[in-house]
Design a protein around this ligand. Structure first.
Ligand code: SAH
Length: 323
C-alpha cells in the first residue's frame, strides 16, 4: 500500500484559480512569491498587461461625478490619463523582464527563474538555456512570458516556472544514461529537456494522444539542441494513450505527466523503476502535484508538492470535446 503524506502547502483550500488582472499588477518578485504558494497552470494564459485591460478592468469612478457634459468629458480625460499612467508604471518593467525574442531572452528568462529561487540547480538552468522555448510555442505567442499558452486541441504548453519545477523535482532521476518518460508531451519542450539531461547513453520518450501535436513536437525538436538525440533514436515521440505509459522502453527512472489525472494510472506505477520517481498532477477542480517514489523493495511513497492547475489527462475524444 502506498504511504501518503501531505505538505500543508498543497491543501485543496489553498487553491486559487488564476486571478487574471490582479495577478498582472504584481511585481515580478510578488508574482514569484505567489507562484511558490500556488503554482498555477491555467489553460487560459494570464492576460499580458496593457492599457486596455487596465482601463476596462479597473473603473476609476469618481463618486462626485455629476453628469454634466463638461464634467463628463473631464472625467473621461482624467480616467484616460490615470490609466495611461498606471499602465506605464506596471507595463514597462514587465515587458523588459519577460518578453522579447532570441536566445538572449531565453537566457534572461532562465536567469530570472534562478534569481527568484524557482530554479536552484545550475544543471537545470543550463538545460533550460540550451532549449529555446521560442521553438516550442505557436507563432504569435510571446515565448518568454511566464504563463502557459494555448497550443490548439484544448492543450497548453506549461508555464516556464512549471517546467522548471518539474525538472527540479526529477533532476536526480534524469542523470546521464537514465530512462525518462514524458506523458502528455504536447509541444515536446520538456521531453527535449529530459533528452539533453539523460544524454546519448539514456532514453527519453514522449507520449501524446493528439497525433498532430506529436508531428509538430518532432518539428520543434528538430530545430532544437535535442535534434541529434532525436535523429539517433535516444529521444522518441509517440502517438498514444499516455495513461498506458510506454512499456517498450520501461522501466523508467523518471516519469512526468503533463496533464491532471483523476487518479494515478496503474501502468505508470508498474513502469517506474525501483528507485524511480513519478511527478504527476492529480485531481479535478482542485489538483496537487504529487511526487511518487518507488522504493527498492517496490513499496511506494506519495507526497504533495504544491497546488497546481493542469488540463485533464483524459481520452482524446473528451479532450477535443473540451471536457
Ligand atoms: N507538457 C506539455 C503539454 C502539457 S498540456 C508542454 O508543456 O508542452 C497536456 C498534454 O497532455 C496535452 O498536449 C494533451 O493533449 C495531453 N494529454 C491529455 N490526456 C492524454 C492522454 N490520455 N494521453 C496522452 N496525452 C494526453
Amino acid at each position: 500500500m502506498p504511504s501518503t503524506s501531505h505538505s500543508p502547502i498543497a491543501w485543496g483550500c489553498r487553491y486559487r484559480a488564476p486571478i487574471q488582472l490582479s495577478f498582472s499588477y504584481l511585481t515580478p518578485r510578488a508574482r514569484y512569491l505567489h507562484h511558490r504558494r500556488t503554482r498555477e497552470l491555467s489553460p487560459t494564459p494570464v492576460a499580458v498587461l496593457n492599457s486596455s485591460t487596465i482601463s476596462s478592468g479597473r473603473r476609476l469612478l469618481n463618486p462626485h461625478f455629476m453628469g454634466n457634459s463638461l464634467f463628463s468629458r473631464m472625467e473621461i480625460m482624467r480616467r484616460t490619463v490615470l490609466s495611461r499612467l498606471i499602465s506605464m508604471l506596471f507595463y514597462v518593467p514587465k515587458q523588459r523582464i519577460w518578453t522579447g525574442s532570441g536566445v538572449d531572452k531565453n537566457n534572461e528568462m532562465v536567469d530570472q527563474l534562478q534569481r527568484y529561487g524557482v530554479i536552484k540547480s545550475n544543471k537545470i538552468a543550463e538545460v533550460m538555456k540550451s532549449i529555446d522555448r521560442a521553438l516550442f510555442v505557436p507563432e504569435g505567442t510571446p515565448p518568454y512570458v511566464d504563463t502557459p499558452a494555448q497550443i490548439g486541441y484544448n492543450a497548453t504548453i506549461s508555464a516556464p516556472h512549471m517546467h522548471a519545477t518539474c525538472l527540479e523535482l526529477l533532476e536526480n532521476n534524469l542523470k546521464p544514461g537514465m530512462h525518462a518518460l514524458d506523458v502528455g508531451s504536447g509541444t515536446g519542450y520538456l521531453t527535449a529537456c529530459f533528452a539533453v539531461m539523460v544524454g546519448p547513453r539514456g532514453r527519453a520518450v514522449g507520449v501524446e494522444h493528439i497525433p498532430e501535436l506529436v508531428d509538430s513536437s518532432i518539428i520543434n525538436i528538430q530545430k532544437s539542441a535535442a535534434a541529434q538525440l532525436l535523429k539517433e533514436g535516444f529521444l522518441s515521440m509517440h502517438a498514444g494513450d499516455g495513461r498506458l505509459g510506454w512499456p517498450q522502453c520501461a522501466p523508467y527512472d523518471a516519469i512526468h505527466v503533463g496533464a491532471a489525472a483523476s487518479e494515478i494510472p496503474e501502468a505508470l506505477i508498474e513502469q517506474l523503476k525501483p528507485g524511480g520517481r513519478l511527478v504527476i498532477p492529480v485531481g479535478n477542480m482542485f489538483q496537487d502535484l504529487k511526487v511518487v517514489e518507488k522504493q527498492m523493495d517496490g513499496s511506494l511513497s506519495v507526497r504533495s508538492e504544491t497546488s497546481v492547475r493542469y488540463v485533464p489527462l483524459t481520452s482524446r475524444e473528451a479532450q477535443l470535446r473540451g471536457e
